[in-house]
Design a protein around this ligand. Structure first.
Ligand SMILES: [Zn+2]
Length: 275
């Protein structure tokens, strides 16, 4: 990790040449692990930059203790979206030329409201898997939706009980859309085409809620622990959804992941919905 941190520092020095001590202090104070590279794409004052850094450093630190140390630096591009009711009205992951996130923010919101927003935990969680193709968006979005609350629990925003309640409420919202003879994956893909994103996200998240339960019951581990091990062995080598499932099962020494995937791809959705 030492060499990766040094590379990051070199990159940061290039982007923010010596004289801008703010960035030096931030990078050097960071514990070994995920290194952050900042790109201020619009004008932000010093106070706004400190707020954004504090917010994203807290989220990244919680991601790291929940999902492990990512084997690459994270590139954060920060844009000023102007007046918005939400602190982060838009964000998307960057999957080429370095892994990272574009955050479009309204910097006038408080640090507290940034920390209570699910967007950064969601987007940064996505990066613990490779890009799996748009046809597998159901898997990627269900994954990040499930993990965003695991990360927020780690941040102290929600208790374990509150996270369970959130999952229950979100699944109850999505359930009527999955009450049919078609399989879960086909229904999720149709919902995405019909722009029913929140139903698609949370119907798909039920895959990970079920998998987490299966892992606890059958193997005595949480899905987040499996993902943490996955960062070390396989994150940089896997390229497809099949690779990911095979790596997870290989780490487990079982076939729980592949088994659940087959059920989601073939069984009528109404018969497998999480109870
Ligand atoms: Zn997402």
């Amino acid at each position: 990790m030492f060499s990766i941190s040094m590379i990051s520092l070199a990159i940061v020095n290039t982007i923010f040449p010596p004289g801008n001590t703010e960035y030096h202090e931030f990078v050097e104070a960071e514990k070994p692990g995920i290194s952050l590279v900042w790109y201020w794409e619009d004008n932000f004052d010093r106070e706004e930059k400190m707020k954004v850094e504090s917010w994203l450093k807290s989220v990244t630190s919680a991601v790291e203790s929940t999902l492990g140390t990512y084997p690459f630096d994270l590139h954060f591009h920060i844009y000023d979206r102007g007046d918005s009711r939400e602190p982060v009205p838009w964000a998307n992951t960057i999957r080429h030329a370095g892994q990272g996130v574009n955050f479009h923010i309204d910097p006038t919101h408080s640090l507290e409201s940034f920390l209570e927003d699910w967007t950064a935990p969601h987007e940064i969680s996505h990066l613990s898997l490779p890009f799996l193709g748009t046809e597998n968006a159901w898997f990627a979005e269900g994954y990040a939706s499930f993990l965003q609350y695991q990360v927020m629990q780690n941040m102290g925003i929600y208790s374990a009980e509150e996270v369970k309640t959130r999952y229950r409420d979100k699944l109850a919202m999505a359930r009527p859309y999955f009450d049919g003879d078609q399989d879960m994956v086909s229904i999720a893909r149709s919902l995405r085409k019909g722009h029913r994103y929140s139903q698609m996200y949370w119907g798909s998240a039920s895959f990970f809620i079920q998998l987490d339960q299966k892992l606890q019951d059958g193997y005595g581990i949480r899905l987040t622990e499996l993902i943490s091990d996955y960062q070390d062995c396989c994150r940089l080598k896997d390229q497809s959804i099949e690779d990911v499932i095979a790596s997870w099962d290989n780490l487990l020494g079982g076939d729980a992941c592949n088994e659940l995937m087959e059920i989601f791809q073939t069984a009528p959705a109404s018969t497998i919905w999480f109870q």
